[in-house]
Design a protein around this ligand. Structure first.
Ligand code: GLU
Length: 444
């Protein structure tokens, strides 16, 4: 049995009932096969793949807080510190009822490779809770965040582990979490990223994941002599990633005709009105039905359906496994040119393989959504230097980083004889950096 197959079987056996974690590990190990097999004995002797696929630390704790009715609520909370070979653990906190240990492990594992691809010194981690922010009052959100941080603060720090936002954790939550850390610890440090601009946040961090996705897509298309201007795009989601992906796509001359939330999706033939979308989602925190009420060119549809629209480019920016094989077939039938992931692992393995086999340009999230965490690392640099950079400076750095990520993954794919396979390219390039650092630092 090959070493990669052996390790995958070990991961599946040792982490039962964690299908998303198995999926993320399977995708990586399969694409590493060509380079592992060249040096199998060395990697096996060092147990490098066992170490790489087992988190350094998995912290589980319960949090209690009191809701507006005076009822005590209890939530399960997690921080998985996956790998710190190249820098402090870094990754977001997801607040969503679907959160469990397997979800956080898959996200932490992806983060290790993503963070390596940014070229910046950040290791990988992830955390979160099954707390559902939907429909909660500001006071309830604050009560939960303070309770969460009261426990989390023992495990994090600006040089050890630096959490940030993810689904359900935005500027409001980061503010409450930061305030509680500062109160308890008594130090004013860059322990979280995605902070508000008045207390150490970086300009362009809010926009970074969505903008970065488009900068990478621009470079991908340029490499294939395709223009972005004039293209029709389907975006899923309507959170932070989706909103700024739509904004940048439209600034670059493309037309985005869809977005979605957990209840349904919007088709807007005139192109999504980003200001209205921001008003509905960021200010009112309302459903997309509100968007359609104020926009005559748009129609609302219950359930799933974004991928049935005829578009040139698809950007899944909602959540894991939202684009399956049937969706991929529909996109191919509609002659889609490119799919680039804005969310973490939004495409199933079967859908990814189908898209690639049909000649669709496909970029995995660990490369194409790395702009958010990259600007988080720039926020850490600004905090350490007690400086704040201009929007233009951060945006230019982001463009350079995303262009560089594309070049890196394209080159890595070519070197292992898989030209154009950006899944292989991203995994191989991320692995090489992390593996070299782990080997240099001795067994631990
Ligand atoms: N949650 C984001 C991600 O998936 C950002 C993490 C960060 O900024 O640390 O990469």
């Amino acid at each position: 049995m090959s070493y990669t197959t052996e390790v995958l079987e070990r991961v599946i056996a040792q982490n039962p009932a964690q299908p998303e974690f198995h999926q993320a590990v399977k995708e990586v190990l399969e694409s590493l096969e060509p380079i592992i097999s060249q040096n199998e004995e060395v990697y096996r002797k060092d147990a490098l793949l066992e170490r790489l696929t087992t988190p350094d630390r998995q912290i589980l704790f319960r949090v209690a807080w009191i809701d507006d009715q005076g009822q005590t609520q209890v939530n399960n909370c997690y921080r998985v510190q996956f790998n710190n070979a190249i820098g402090p653990y870094k990754g977001g906190l997801r607040l969503h009822p679907s959160v469990n240990l397997g979800i956080i492990k898959f996200l932490g594992f992806e983060q290790v490779f993503k963070n390596a691809l940014t070229g910046l010194p950040i290791g990988g981690g992830k955390g979160g809770s099954d707390f559902d922010p939907k429909g909660k009052s500001d006071r309830e959100i604050m009560a939960f965040c303070q309770a969460f941080m009261t426990e989390l603060m023992r495990y994090i720090g600006q040089d050890t582990d630096v959490p940030a936002g993810d689904i359900g954790t935005g500027a409001r939550e980061i503010g409450y979490l930061f305030g509680q850390y500062k109160r308890l610890k008594g130090t004013y440090e860059g322990v979280l990223t995605g902070k508000g601009l008045t207390y150490g946040g970086s300009l362009a961090r809010t926009e970074a994941t969505g903008y970065g996705l488009l900068y990478l897509v621009l470079e991908l298309l340029r490499d294939h002599q395709i223009d972005l201007a004039g293209k029709r795009i389907a975006v899923s989601g309507s959170g932070n990633v989706a909103i700024y992906a739509i904004e940048k796509a439209q600034q670059l001359g493309a037309k985005v005709v869809t977005c979605s939330d957990s209840s349904g999706w919007v088709y807007d033939e005139a192109g999504i009105d980003v200001d209205l979308l921001k008003e509905v989602k960021e200010v009112k925190r309302a459903r997309l039905t509100e968007y359609v009420k104020q926009r005559s060119s748009a129609t609302y549809h219950e359930g799933k359906g974004v991928w049935s629209v005829k578009v040139d480019i698809a950007l899944p920016c909602a959540t894991q496994n939202e684009l399956d094989l049937a969706d991929a077939k529909q996109l191919v039938a509609n002659q889609v040119l490119a799919v680039a992931e804005g969310a973490n692992m939004p495409t199933t393995l079967e859908a990814t393989k189908y898209l690639q086999a049909q000649g669709v340009l496909f970029v995995p999230g660990k490369a194409s959504n790395a702009g958010g965490v990259a600007v988080s690392a720039l926020e850490m640099s600004q905090n350490s230097g007690r400086l704040s950079w201009s929007f233009e400076k951060v945006d230019q750095e982001l463009q350079k980083i995303m262009t560089n990520i594309y070049q890196t993954i394209a080159q890595a794919a070519k070197e292992v004889g898989c030209q154009g396979n950006y899944v292989v390219g991203a995994n191989v390039a991320g692995f090489k950096k992390v593996a070299e650092a782990m080997q240099a630092q001795g067994v631990y």
